[in-house]
Design a protein around this ligand. Structure first.
Ligand code: FAD
Ligand code: GLY
Length: 385
């Protein structure tokens, strides 16, 4: 039966992992929730993500609040997954596999030693491995390996399965989802958010609107410049592969900056990814595929036997400081959950927790302040809507 309701407590624009998780958690708290997705749920950047839950491997000393957020979200994941599986009855594909960062030559080894020192100084659990030790753990690694770091706490989830589990859990909690429904504009009336206008002209009323439209969040009409979050697309090209011989080539994530090889545990692998600033371009180029395969086969020679299933490019939603904008907008009733850049899958549980605290009037999350959308007010004040 088609759902014809036109009034909600919360309308969420975007059915990626972020919008779906907020919808599920808000519906669990008794709010009347509608998630609006212009395509299929999870069909945006979430579909392209490798699914690494890697706050430690991706730690950057210049981004300490983001590291704290990532660690908190990674810690929340096991419980989140348990509840999600119970609620929706589907397995979100969490793989507790750990991660190796590896180096092939002297320059890369020196760089890896610096990476180790940085993580040690921050008290992050990382173990230095000689090449022989790393190869004992992962015999698929090349004999030419020089050095490795083991990060036992950085794991993986399969974004497509996470999406399916979130959709099932959202519905189970009484939340609603409308696919193929494009939001054109956020409606504002009397100085507060009133709902959304759809591309087909229809209007929906909502006391709260959550902008969770990934990189497309910046394209929504209706918001004045000072109410916006500045976003830039950061393109990532990836390959999906599988091993006709079955699982076993790799059991851990292997990272060789900027690349990585992620096992799904069943013989499928994701090889990624480029970091390119080229606007909204999602083409896959021969040069990128060549470089990713060249580096991966040098480190894991068995990669050359894998079958290529798909070539994909996606757009990471990057803010000026590379950290997400999570929290209230400058107009009452407006909320942001966008700009998750390289870590949206990792940050799904904690983003949902933060936004739902806001929607229900619970005390703000202790980490919320650093991610407040208002930090960009000066950057957007001078721009045109
Ligand atoms: P999206 O998944 O893009 O969802 C936004 C949704 O909004 C889309 O489905 C879109 O169709 C919809 N939408 C847009 N406009 C409208 C509108 N007007 N009306 C209705 N719907 C609309 N993160 C990790 O944590 N780990 C990783 O290993 C990882 N690997 C990555 C690898 C690559 C190559 C890339 C590109 C990204 C990777 N990421 C990773 C980052 C991660 O994919 C993103 O941060 C995350 O998917 C953002 O989720 P989202 O829900 O905000 O956006
Ligand atoms: N976090 C991995 C990527 O963005 O490619």
């Amino acid at each position: 039966m088609t759902d014809r309701s036109t009034s909600f407590d919360v309308a969420i624009i975007g059915g990626g992992v972020i919008g779906l998780a907020i919808g599920w958690r808000a519906a669990q708290r008794g709010l009347d929730v509608l998630v609006l997705e212009r395509g299929e749920p999870g069909g945006g950047t979430s579909r392209v993500a490798a699914g690494m839950l890697a706050p430690i491997a991706e730690a950057d000393p210049g981004e300490q609040p983001l590291l704290a957020l990532g660690l908190a979200s990674a810690a929340a994941y096991p419980r989140f997954i348990e509840e999600l599986s119970e609620a929706g009855g589907t397995d979100p594909g969490y793989l507790s596999c750990g991660t190796l960062m590896v180096a092939r030559d002297r320059d890369e080894s020196e760089a890896l030693e610096r990476e180790l020192a940085m993580r040690d100084s921050l008290g992050l659990p990382v173990r230095r491995l000689r090449a022989s030790e790393a190869r004992r753990l992962e015999p698929g690694l090349a004999p030419s390996l020089r050095l490795a770091l083991e990060i036992p706490g950085d794991h993986v989830i399969e974004p497509a399965r996470l999406t399916a589990a979130l959709v099932a859990a959202l519905r189970h909690a009484g939340g609603r989802l409308r696919s193929a429904t494009d939001v054109a504009e956020v409606l504002i009336s009397g100085g507060r958010v009133a709902g959304v206008r759809l591309l087909d002209g229809g209007e929906l009323r909502a006391a709260n609107v959550v902008v969770a439209a990934g990189i497309w969040s910046g394209l929504l009409a209706g918001l004045p410049p000072q109410a916006r979050v500045p976003l830039r697309p950061v393109k990532g090209q990836t390959l999906r592969l599988h091993d006709p011989a079955g699982p076993g080539l790799l059991t851990r994530v292997v990272r060789m900056p900027p690349g990585y090889l992620v096992p799904r545990g069943d013989g499928r692998y994701v090889l990624g990814a480029t970091m390119e600033e080229r606007g909204f371009d999602t083409t896959v180029t021969a040069g990128a595929v060549f470089e990713l395969l060249r580096d991966a086969t040098e480190l894991v020679p068995g990669v050359s036997e894998l079958v290529i299933d798909e070539l994909l490019a996606g757009l990471r939603p990057g803010t000026p400081d590379n950290a997400p904008a999570i929290g209230p907008g400058s107009i009452p009733g407006l909320h942001w959950a966008a700009g998750h850049h390289r870590n949206g899958i990792l940050l799904t549980p904690i983003t949902a927790e933060m936004v739902v605290a806001e929607l229900t009037g619970d005390p703000p999350h202790p980490l919320a302040e650093a991610f407040h959308p208002a930090r960009f007010a000066a950057a957007t004040a001078g721009t045109r809507a």
